[in-house]
Design a protein around this ligand. Sequence first.
Ligand code: SAM
Length: 254
Amino acid sequence: MAKNRWGLFVGGALLSAAIAGGWSVYTRRAIERIPSAEGLDDPTIAQAYGRVAALPQMALMRRLVAQRATALCAVGEAADIGCGTGLLATELARQAPDLHITGVDLAAEMLAQAQEHTSRMGIAGRVTFRLGNGNRLPFEDRSLDLAVSTLSLHHWADPVGVFDEIARVLRPGGAFLIADLRRDMPPPGYLLVWFATKVVVPPTLRRIGEPLASRNAAYDPYEVARLAQTSRLTGWRMTTGPLWLTVEGKMIGA
Ligand SMILES: C[S@@+](CC[C@H](N)C(=O)[O-])C[C@H]1O[C@@H](n2cnc3c(N)ncnc32)[C@H](O)[C@@H]1O
């Protein structure tokens, strides 16, 4: 009986300390947005990001995004903007055999990994990669059926410029899905990101404060809605989850 009381006491004390610690971390979070670097071209950072991007949680996120994107459009020409190591492009190719996907990224180091990955998977003919900036997309006007992007929006120096470019390159009725973290994530999500930064990620990413820096650079849904409203995107709607948000839809117009 006495042993049980001690157990309850110690357990209660540890739980209270964990809640107090978590709350103190949460209340010290950045409220204002802190912009981050645009391209991830440092070779060691790109390699470390490649390892994190291959984790099963990230694979699940990509699978869900690809399902949603291919429900909007599964045939024709697609672009993945800020494609990083090319894993979303690969997942799109797997889910939609009638799509040809071009991954665009500012960082040659990321594209080298992407290229290697698609060659290894034997789908290099269906997925191509181009070095480029989202605000000067290397496509003709109205030439694409689908534009997607994950975890890149918070890096863009000119987000409205990228939205305008997406509007320019999509055909009328062309679909888009831009998914990113949301800065106003609730306490459990924030603590998860904080814990991942301090404990889970490789030391290279920990040194640059990732993924917390990405959370700090991310927008909240109102900010993203303002960006979309200011841009030439039409037919968009916003969806939100505990950690993420999306701007998605189909371009309206002749
Ligand atoms: C966090 S990584 C995300 C990569 C990938 N989309 C994913 O979900 O794993 C962000 C990527 O966006 C790229 N990026 C940042 N700003 C960009 C821009 N303006 N145009 C194209 N790529 C950009 C970076 O180089 C980096 O590879």
